[in-house]
Design a protein around this ligand. Structure first.
Ligand SMILES: CC(=O)CC(=O)O
Length: 671
């Protein structure tokens, strides 16, 4: 697709404070690479583009510099930075052995908390570095006693509380592979993920808070345990204070309190640079969610760069970014520890009815320096007239934002309600690289509705249909050179077919991410939304397959199609189309049953905005639902630009979706 993109805005909306820019870590890094690597132009922090150009032209020089600048502490050194410079198949830092957990814990200081645990009631407690280290050591010893070793899987069914970070660091310290899923996921949805991993230990919470309700998840945790036959043990976490029932557990059970209170020394096991650290899941349109595996070294370097240089985090900083444990932002939030910053966990709704501004209140009281959220949250605050400036937000220097495209209207709102000097730092990236492709830095200007620039080390381009780079026109987001945090592989994909198909099918040797972007003539990046059919609800990517699966189990429904459509005003519309069984009518009671099935079979986040009956769902001739074409029709694209009708099983069905798209456009435009 190469539709004309919006005209770039010439004047920045926000410019860096010269003093803050000069003293930022990225400016220091630029001076360092000029001094130590002789890189011309990098010392001038007002010329971010020069630093970026070098970082992608000389990948070995750049990532070697990140390693040295952040003083990575390897047990054995690397032989070369990038031994194989190819996608897929890049090989980074062969010979190096190290451990992520060692790096997460080595900067803990006595003068500051390591984690601040917060929740929607406004409560919070601080966990010191010593306490965190002791608890990680204790849980690691417990896991080791349960037989967990390098490569074994430890999984968490947990809300966003310190337990998840502690369990993750403990597992990683042993070289075990971590995966976590929030408790708003139904046990079956969690089992679809964890079952693939054949885990040894499950760490499960008793429940979580959301919008004034304590959700009891003890039965769900036990259901999950029953569906994971490889478990040797389950560690039961008492978070919301519900007593765990005695008795009939299929695997050995331990109380978190016992796992966490042993007196042990932590010994992190050095593992190869590309040893698996975690599996994060991303749902596609068919089949089980895909398990994306990232490595210790790749995540360490990528997160040091993103959090240390782009987000300017270090000792003394405090990060509060609203996330759930199954979104990749949780992984970034945990990684703030790598920089020596304090990280915050938060259990609850981002804007509970009783205290919709609770996150701002907590940010003020705990002197947060980087506040992170999603576009939907900022737009919701604006829409409902919630004014964060009622709180003392003077500690906040940046508001991070990710999850979907951030409309221009959010920029003046943040300036007026959070602070004039506050940088609105929108980033785009994804689970797949567990980081950002583009965003900002303390040295980059910001244009409303645009991301300031591609991140360092990311060879970002927008490609047209022919695979040629375009500027100031909409194209596919591609990355033309390897990044160390690209997946090592997909779980249960022994010959790499699914992995190659996911990213390298469109342009051989080039990573295609599945987003539409415009790279502007002034160096910024505009994100237009997904070019594939992944759903993206309030920043959390959901697989349409999860919804289709539960809805299609209902006897009244023969087929279903859910679509997530980004709308020009920054809104997101997620309708569900259903084909009804003979003689069935779509009335309120059936709508309720569908919503209930989705809520309990997948999660409350998966519940669609609207349910509409259709006479049929269009497919490709090989039987795949036409998700992307239908999405584009709903967004108002003309049918002849969207799909070749000869490739569709029932092309006459497309007219309905095109008509609906036109109706919505007219309603919006008032024509
Ligand atoms: C950094 C991101 O890109 C987060 C997301 O949208 O999943």
């Amino acid at each position: 697709m190469t539709a004309p993109s919006p005209a770039p805005s010439p004047d920045p909306f926000w410019s860096p404070d010269p003093e803050a820019a000069t003293t930022s870590r990225i400016a220091d890094f630029g001076r360092w690479v000029t001094r130590h690597r002789g890189v011309q132009g990098a010392a001038d922090h007002t010329d971010y583009a020069a630093l970026h150009r070098w970082s992608v032209a000389d990948l070995e020089g750049f990532w070697g510099a990140v390693w040295e600048y952040f003083d990575v502490d390897a047990a054995t050194p690397y032989e070369q930075v990038l031994e194989v410079d190819r996608m897929p198949g890049a090989r980074w830092f062969p010979g190096a052995t190290l451990n992520y957990t060692h790096h997460a814990l080595r900067h803990l200081g006595d003068d500051r908390p390591a984690i601040i645990a917060l929740d929607e009631t406004g409560a919070g407690y601080e966990m010191s570095g010593d306490r965190l280290r002791a608890q990680v050591a204790s849980v690691a010893a417990t896991l080791r006693d349960l037989g967990v070793g390098p490569g074994d899987r430890v999984v968490g069914y947990l809300p966003n509380t310190p337990h998840a970070i502690i369990a993750f660091l403990a597992a990683a310290s042993l070289g075990a592979v971590w995966s976590v899923c929030g408790q708003d996921y139904a046990p079956q949805a969690a089992a679809d993920r964890f079952g693939q991993l054949e885990p040894t230990v499950l760490i499960a919470g008793d429940g979580y808070l959301f919008n004034g309700t304590t959700h009891d998840r003890r039965d769900a945790a036990l259901d999950l345990e029953r569906s994971l036959p490889t478990l040797k043990a389950t560690v039961l976490v008492d978070h919301v204070g519900l007593p765990w029932p005695q008795g009939d557990y299929p695997a050995l059970t331990l109380a978190w309190e016992d796992a966490v209170t042993r007196t042990e020394q932590l010994a992190c096991t050095p593992v190869p640079f590309d040893h698996p650290l975690w599996v994060v899941f991303s749902s596609g349109t068919t089949g089980l969610p895909k398990g994306i595996v990232h490595g210790h070294g790749g995540v360490l370097l990528e997160h040091l760069k993103t959090l240390g240089l782009h987000s300017d985090l270090g000792p003394g900083d405090r990060l509060l970014w609203y996330t759930t444990t199954h979104w990749m932002m949780w992984n970034l939030v945990a990684s703030a520890l790598l920089t020596g910053a304090t990280t915050c966990t938060y259990d609850g709704s981002p804007a509970p009815l009783a205290r919709p501004d609770v996150l701002w209140d907590l940010a003020a009281r705990h002197r947060v320096t980087l506040f992170g959220t999603s576009p939907q949250y900022l737009l919701g605050m604006a829409k409902f007239g919630i004014d964060p400036s009622a709180h003392d937000l003077s500690s906040i220097r940046a508001v991070g934002c990710t999850g979907s495209a951030l409309p221009a209207s959010a920029y003046p709102w943040v300036r007026d309600h959070v602070g004039e000097r506050v940088q609105l730092a929108s980033i785009t990236g994804g689970t797949d690289v567990v980081s950002g492709f583009a965003g900002s830095a303390p040295t980059t200007p910001g244009w409303a509705g645009e991301l300031s620039a591609p991140h360092l080390g990311v060879a970002l381009a927008a490609y047209d249909d022919e695979g040629s780079p375009v500027v100031d026109r909409v194209g596919e987001l591609v990355v033309t050179r390897p990044m160390p945090s690209m997946p090592l592989y997909f779980w249960n994909d022994p010959d790499g077919t699914r992995f190659r198909d996911a990213y390298f099918g469109a342009y051989p040797g080039v990573w295609r991410h599945g987003d539409w972007i415009t790279l502007t003539g002034h160096g910024s990046v505009i994100v237009h939304g997904r070019s594939d059919s992944t759903l993206n609800r309030n920043g959390v990517r959901l697989g349409s397959a999860d919804i289709h699966e539960v809805v299609e189990r209902l006897p009244e429904i023969t087929e279903a199609l859910v679509i997530g459509a980004e709308e020009p005003d920054g809104g997101y519309w997620m309708p569900l189309f259903v084909v009804l069984a003979a003689g069935v009518a779509l009335d309120d009671s059936l709508r309720d049953r569908i919503r209930h099935a989705v809520r309990t079979g997948a999660s409350p986040r998966h519940v669609p905005d609207e349910i509409l009956a259709v006479s049929g769902i269009p497919h490709t001739r090989t039987g795949k639902k036409l998700e992307v074409p239908v999405k584009r029709l709903l967004q108002g694209a003309p049918a002849d630009r969207v799909v070749d009708p000869s490739a569709v099983d029932s092309p006459e069905l497309l007219a309905f979706f095109a008509g609906l798209g036109a109706e919505r456009r007219e309603a919006r435009d008032g024509t």
